[in-house]
Design a protein around this ligand. Structure first.
Ligand code: SAH
Ligand code: SF4
Length: 369
């Protein structure tokens, strides 16, 4: 394979081999070049504005048992909570008043009529109190198409559901037998059919994951034609079955950080106009992890706006950052950090992905926002 000139990547259509080559880069100078190239693609296709999605982790009740996750059903070592309607709506109102364009409502997975009706009500109320201004993203797992449609009709317009890994065999090793890769895929398809801006993503550095898997994950994002990508490092949680199994791709924290940034940068260069989140899990690796993500090509940050009393109970992984800081503290320190890297914050804007907008114009079906 001819070596890729990192600085000429913007002009080139990357092959799977090129993607692998980029993911395998190691030297300091090479990595800097890669991030710089990704940043140039980002500036050109999505700009230098960061959009905030305030995340409300409204419940840690979950019917599933993913082997890696700290709030899995069988973990008895935590108190379960579910925020009430008014509490969730008040958190959303806070975000709206603070100038956030959108909120993300995230929780463990529940699948029943009461839950469906509750989410529908929450979405409608948030729309009401924010005069229709606040964008609403949902991240509450696998549901059937009718449920997704009800929530969409209520006013939610984005949905996040990670595939976790696009390698089905690896997916099976990370989940109990009754969790299904094809159901996860079906959910992604259903969300797109309903009309959501759909986001997916993977964990990076999973036990058993190879560099080829990660390259295929990027190709999977393209094949699924999603509008948003949210990826982050896999971080162990002491009360999970996967604890103690290490990654062969990243031994040290620094390796894992580099690998995560390489995934962001390569995805940006390859997909160009999608929204890419710089996730909290990056910040768990190093305090400035999210800013590093922005500089490697991400353009979305999801500040945690969950009431502090619940934060320590929503630990998907150990050492989650900011569990004792209130939302105001988080946002002011974040604003300063973002300005310090020369970017601005898109206050009061939804910041929809140009990829989604371009696609809609192409099919002539632009939704009135
Ligand atoms: N229950 C929903 C949403 C909450 S979990 C769902 O599963 O879709 C949100 C994401 O947290 C998951 O998709 C997974 O990628 C991530 N996550 C869970 N455990 C993690 C861990 N130990 N390290 C890093 N990310 C984790
Ligand atoms: Fe539940 Fe989501 Fe955690 Fe799986 S990843 S156990 S579905 S909260």
């Amino acid at each position: 394979m001819a070596p890729v000139n990192v600085m000429n990547l913007q002009q080139k259509r990357l092959t799977r081999e090129d993607i692998l080559f980029l993911l395998n880069l190691t030297g300091k100078k090479e990595l800097e070049d890669l991030y710089e190239a990704a940043y140039a693609v980002k500036t050109r296709y999505v700009g230098k504005k960061v959009y905030f999605r305030g995340i409300i982790e409204f419940s840690n009740v979950c019917r599933k048992n993913c082997f890696y996750c700290g709030i899995r059903k069988d973990n008895q070592n935590l108190v379960r909570y579910s925020m009430g309607l008014d509490e969730i709506v008040e958190s959303a109102r806070w975000a709206w008043e603070a100038g956030y364009g959108s909120v993300v409502l995230q929780s463990g997975e529940r699948k029943n009529r009461t839950f469906t009706a509750f989410i529908e009500k929450v979405v409608k109320r948030i729309k009401q109190v924010s005069s229709g201004e606040l964008g609403i993203t949902l991240s509450v797992g696998e549901q059937d198409e009718d449920t997704y449609r009800r929530w969409f009709d209520a006013g939610a317009h984005r949905y996040l559901i990670r595939i976790e890994t696009s390698n089905e065999a690896l997916y099976r090793r990370l989940h109990p037998a009754d969790h299904s890769f094809s159901e996860r895929l079906k959910s992604l398809e259903a969300l797109k059919a309903v009309g959501y801006q759909t986001g997916t993503g993977v964990m990076i550095g999973l036990p058993g994951q190879t560099m080829e898997d990660l390259a295929d994950d990027i190709l999977f994002f393209e094949k699924m034609d999603v509008a948003m990508i949210g990826m982050g490092p896999y971080l162990p949680h002491g009360d999970t079955p996967l604890y103690g199994e290490g990654s062969s791709l990243a031994i040290t924290t620094e390796d894992l950080l580099d690998l995560s940034l390489k995934m962001i940068a390569t995805t940006r260069i390859y997909l160009k106009d999608v929204n890419i989140a710089s996730t909290t899990a990056l910040q768990a690796l190093v305090p400035t992890g999210r800013e590093m993500g922005l500089l490697a090509g991400a353009n979305i940050i999801m500040p945690n706006i969950t009431d502090v009393q619940y934060r320590s109970l929503y630990q998907l992984y150990d050492n989650k950052p900011c569990i004792n800081e209130n939302s105001e503290t988080c946002v002011s320190c974040l604003g300063t950090r973002i300005n310090s890297i020369g970017e601005t914050i898109g206050y009061r804007e939804w910041g929809d992905s140009p990829h989604f907008k371009n696609k809609q114009s192409a099919t002539g079906s632009i939704r009135i926002l």
